[in-house]
Design a protein around this ligand. Structure first.
Ligand SMILES: [Ca+2]
Length: 610
């Protein structure tokens, strides 16, 4: 996509010693060209710092901007890309759409390039609703499922799935074009499936193969209690009936939009998200990217396109691959900014806004990178991900370590994948989030750990300290303000203020808690946190295996402060310092798990009365 507005970029160099500063102006160029000039200059002047200074304006990326060792040389002299504070410098993965016409019956339309594929649109800078049914503002905005089953197409060669729903009569007058999406809200995650049609009486939706999915009996469309799950349909012109909705009709290559009151065709702007990734910092094991920084740049409009095999959500925006174990069990949706084999790089005063997928992902070989005073808002998936989904074990250089998030605001997320978390920590060590605020999320605030048993891993000494986490768990269930998994010796969850952990009446999963200390959680010190106004107990353990709770303040509401789910159905509750011991759920005895396991050791906690 050609950039529509190219504003001047000034490239200037700053001396590192007594050498005079040299300024180079670059005007009317796209960012790929600017990047080439920085590389040339870096190669010729390896001893100088380089600053790429942006003015105000929006730069539309023709493709993902990828940084490697050529962009920083040896990394001994920093390279920084700096914008104007206050979100005035925008790097966008979208493209403006112009040529809107008024069809005369309350619908606007524009021709779009036949090569253009997009599933997110921003109108006047606000995420617009892709045409859906039922409508977002309906009293019951979702339809409950009944059950899903495998069927064969009439020629008996292709396996297919139908999803029965309680359509409340919606389907009887609908005529869909033949390809739309069904968005299914399960216990703690959502799925998006391509659909090829529907019928009424009873309501039935035909999914479109191929599939990569879970056939589990829980958190799956085949779950025994799938009639607790709800859905809506999205993306067909037949669903365009509410002001603010849009649809891309791929058969006629037209964009349709039903304007809001007071919007005029002359003054309304449209940006379609096209690039899935905006920035990739991609070093190698031998040549990591070092000392690259970004300051005061707003990264916007990263896209997501539903893959051919659909998206059967697993947890925290990972999705099923159809494989049952090992490293290929899950995949993750894309992110606006990805870093691998990068160290001492930073994002300061930046923002990541209007994403369909995740914000940041710092993965393999990332060490000592910083995300500071940065805002992630209006994002579709997870806010920030640090760590690996698979334990690198002996490959200690691959393990992400020493990365820090500080002073960030992460809010209004999980808008496209409601099973998203504000911050996700996978396998890693000495990673930290501190002094940040996370709120307005459909599921968990911060998720730490990615192994569902207490066996040793490479993860240790991770920290969640002095954060404010509130108004999360607004849509899905079985999570918390903070959610932990697995064995992480030396890890600390301290000084956090957690409140207003909510519960949706449309969700029927396990409880939502201030902290949910889930399977195999062990080795964490949970101290000096304050937890208030939670839909269930302040802290809940499930197959936890050795966690210290010290000096916390628990405001008890309808429930006692702490609960623990044993392997059998009764739940243990307590509202005083105690040691919670429960029968071994099958953890290996050779690793020190005999007949009973200590879930929580509690000392010096305050219990503020009911
Ligand atoms: Ca609609």
């Amino acid at each position: 996509m050609k950039a529509l507005f190219i504003l001047p970029v000034i490239l200037l160099t700053v001396s590192c010693s007594m050498m005079p500063a040299k300024k180079i102006k670059v005007t009317d160029q796209d960012l790929l060209t600017v990047q080439e000039q920085v590389r040339d200059y870096r190669a010729k002047h390896p001893g100088r710092n380089i600053k790429v200074i942006f003015g105000e304006g929006t730069w539309y990326l023709p493709k993902t901007l990828s940084f490697n060792k050529s962009d920083v040389g040896s990394g001994k002299r920093p390279v920084s890309w700096e914008g104007v504070p206050g979100g005035k410098t925008v790097i966008s993965g979208g493209a403006m759409i112009s040529g809107m016409h008024d069809a005369g019956y309350g619908i606007w339309w524009a021709n779009v390039d036949s090569t253009m594929k997009f599933e997110q649109l921003y109108v006047d800078g606000i995420r617009a609703t892709r045409a859906r049914m039922p409508n977002r503002t309906d009293t019951l905005p979702r339809i409950y499922l009944t059950k899903s089953r495998w069927v064969y197409n009439p020629d008996s060669t292709i396996r297919n799935i139908t999803v029965e729903v309680k359509d409340r009569g919606f389907f009887s007058e609908l005529s869909t074009q033949g390809e739309f999406e069904i968005v299914v809200f399960k216990d703690w995650t959502t799925s998006r499936f391509r659909a090829s049609g529907l019928k009424s009486g009873p309501g039935e939706i035909f999914l479109k193969p191929p599939f990569m999915l879970s056939e589990n009996t829980y958190n799956s469309i085949f779950a025994t209690d799938a009639d607790h799950y709800s859905c809506y349909l999205e993306g067909d012109p037949a669903f365009l009936d509410e002001a603010g909705e849009w649809v891309h009709d791929r058969q006629s290559n037209k964009l349709y939009y039903k304007p809001l009151p007071n919007q005029t065709i002359e003054k309304t702007s449209f940006v379609a998200a096209l690039s899935e990734q905006l920035i990739v910092v991609e070093g190698t094991r031998e040549n990591p990217v070092k000392n690259l920084s970004f300051e005061n740049i707003s990264f916007q409009h990263s896209a997501y396109l539903l893959p051919e095999y659909s998206h059967d959500g697993a947890q925290a925006c990972f999705y099923q691959t159809g494989k049952t174990g090992g490293s290929e069990r899950f995949r993750i949706i894309s992110e606006a900014i990805r870093m691998s084999w990068a160290s001492n790089c930073s994002f300061t005063g930046c923002s990541v806004i209007h994403t369909a997928g995740n914000g940041f992902f710092l993965e393999e070989g990332c060490h000592n990178n910083l995300i500071v005073n940065t805002v992630i808002e209006d994002f579709g998936g997870n806010g920030i991900m640090i760590g690996l989904p698979v334990d690198p074990k002996a490959d200690t250089l691959a393990l992400p370590t020493g990365n820090k998030v500080a002073g960030c605001t992460i809010h209004a997320g999980g808008l496209y994948f409601q099973g998203a978390v504000g911050v996700w920590f996978g396998f890693g060590a000495h990673n930290e989030i501190s002094a940040s605020e996370i709120y307005d999320m459909p599921y968990t605030g911060i998720s730490m750990g990615w192994q569902w048993n207490p066996l040793p891993t490479s993860s240790h000494d991770n920290r969640i300290v002095n954060n404010k986490i509130h108004h999360v768990m607004q849509v899905l269930g079985d999570g918390g303000g903070i959610y932990t998994l697995g064995f992480q010796p030396g890890s600390v969850i301290s000084g956090n203020e957690i409140h207003d952990i909510l519960r949706s009446e449309l969700n029927h999963a396990s409880p939502n808690n201030g902290m949910f200390i889930d399977e195999g959680s062990k080795g964490y010190r949970i101290e000096n946190n304050t937890i208030k106004n939670t839909a269930h107990t302040c802290i809940r353990g499930h197959r936890a295996a050795g966690v210290e709770l010290t000096g916390n303040t628990f405001y008890m509401g309808q429930f006692p402060a702490v609960s623990q789910t044993p392997p059998y159905n009764a739940m243990i509750f307590t509202d005083k310092d105690s040691t919670i011991v429960w029968p071994n759920p099958g953890f290996p005895k050779e690793l020190g798990y005999p007949e009973t396991v200590t879930a929580f050791t509690m000392k010096g906690n305050k219990f503020v009365g009911k």
